[in-house]
Design a protein around this ligand. Structure first.
Ligand code: SF4
Length: 267
């Protein structure tokens, strides 16, 4: 039987998930439970029922929908490859994101293999929360890792994401030893990840790796996902926290730049 995966979105013409113009494939399922999650529809591995509420004037319309779709690797790659010419001209490619794509690692590997057979640049947007064995199987097929660093202190990491960061940091070290390209993604969440101590520890981690970590993307906390929580009938524990604007992150950008790393504020 051909392998199938559960995908909740395929976004074409993406410019925030790696170099050039890309298609980003979003996998369902994530082992973390971050309070600030912008993609709550990516957390559960299962296809979910959701209710979209549309209002026109005084009237309210409820539309039942499913989040997630079972797809074969060929079905996913047919959509991805339909923009092959765009990737070639923009030096883009395909990015696998989620959720956590490594939760469906066999399906991911199949997609990575087909991507490489078609000479696509591959990026993996990952929490890094996986076993060394699974990671080993994707390293050679991945050109660029978009790797989350949230909290350096393990107790804090467990408190805010539900899992330890030990394996995450060890896996990152391993990827760097293999000399793969890595961009760190750092979600800047007020009163959670933005403490001076956490930022200092991230800077020290970057400095320890002697130039192999060249770029960091700062992801400002925002609350635009609230409608997704409502749709899923889920609790958004941070709905009262004010979204950050790009200008709020400029001092932090300068701080990281002074440590000799390229910084981008991402959407
Ligand atoms: S790792 Fe990403 S997808 Fe998973 S819960 Fe955290 S923010 Fe959401």
């Amino acid at each position: 039987m051909k392998l199938k995966g559960i995908i909740f979105d395929i976004r074409r013409f993406s410019t925030n998930d790696g170099p050039g113009i890309r298609t980003t494939v979003f996998f369902k399922g994530c082992p973390l439970n971050c309070g600030w999650c912008h993609n709550p529809e990516g957390r559960s591995r299962e296809i979910q029922k959701a209710t979209r509420i549309n209002r026109i004037g005084e009237s309210e319309f409820r539309i039942e929908e499913e989040i997630g779709k079972e797809m074969s690797a060929n079905e996913v790659m047919k959509e991805v490859l339909s923009d092959a010419i765009v990737y070639e001209e923009s030096r883009g490619g395909v990015t696998f994101s989620g959720g956590e794509p490594l939760e469906q690692h066999e399906f991911l590997i199949e997609l990575l293999k087909i991507s490489k057979e078609n000479n696509l640049h591959t990026a993996l947007d990952t929490t890094g929360f996986t076993s060394p064995e699974i990671l080993e199987n994707v390293i050679e097929l991945t050109d660029l890792f978009l790797y989350d660093i949230k909290l350096m202190n393990d107790e804090e990491h467990i408190k805010h994401t539900g899992v330890t960061n030990k394996g995450i940091l060890e896996n990152l070290e391993h990827i760097l030893q293999k000399k793969k390209d890595v961009i760190i993604r750092f979600p800047v969440v007020p009163e959670v990840t933005d403490s001076g101590k956490n930022i200092q520890q991230i800077k020290e981690f970057i400095a320890k790796h002697n130039g192999s970590l060249k770029e960091i993307h700062l992801l400002p906390f925002h609350n635009i996902a609230d409608h997704k929580y409502i749709k899923l009938n889920a609790v958004n524990g941070m709905k009262d926290i004010v979204s950050l604007k790009e200008k709020d992150l400029l001092p932090l950008k300068e701080d990281f730049e002074s440590a000799g790393i390229k910084v981008k504020i991402s959407g």
